[in-house]
Design a protein around this ligand. Structure first.
Ligand code: SF4
Ligand code: SF4
Length: 113
């Protein structure tokens, strides 16, 4: 699964540097798929996204997770690092993805075979 951040977030910023895929952004910040990954050009997820272009923030008020870049930390850590450090437990499981799908996503994000 990928995780999401709920509105209980107190904007402490502890989770952001812990993400191995740079999937976490401060509320109101534009984001790019290419940040923290090897992605370049047009990438197909549910829709087509230009990895090199800034995208609209997913939240204006609290930190948010870019689902496309969240792999539940698979291949890097044994458990989701954002959830581990969050003082108010507001990083929760969201999108349902199997371990195989998450590993495939991790390899795709970082251009691994
Ligand atoms: S679970 Fe891991 S990959 Fe997903 S947002 Fe949290 S720190 Fe990043
Ligand atoms: S660690 Fe939790 S409370 Fe702090 S910014 Fe991240 S999601 Fe929000």
């Amino acid at each position: 699964m990928a995780l999401k951040i709920t509105n209980e977030c107190i904007n402490c910023g502890a989770c952001e540097p812990e993400c191995p895929n740079k999937a976490i952004y401060e509320g109101g910040k534009e984001w790019k798929l290419s940040e923290g990954t090897s992605l370049k050009g047009i990438i197909k997820f549910k829709s087509l996204i230009d990895a090199d272009k800034f995208q609209v923030p997913k939240s204006k008020k609290v930190y948010f997770i870019v689902t496309e870049k969240c792999t539940e930390c698979i291949g890097f850590n044994n458990e989701p690092q954002c959830a581990s450090v969050c003082p108010v437990d507001c990083c929760i499981l969201d999108n349902i993805e199997s371990k195989e799908e998450l590993l495939k996503k991790k390899k795709m994000l970082h251009n691994e075979k």
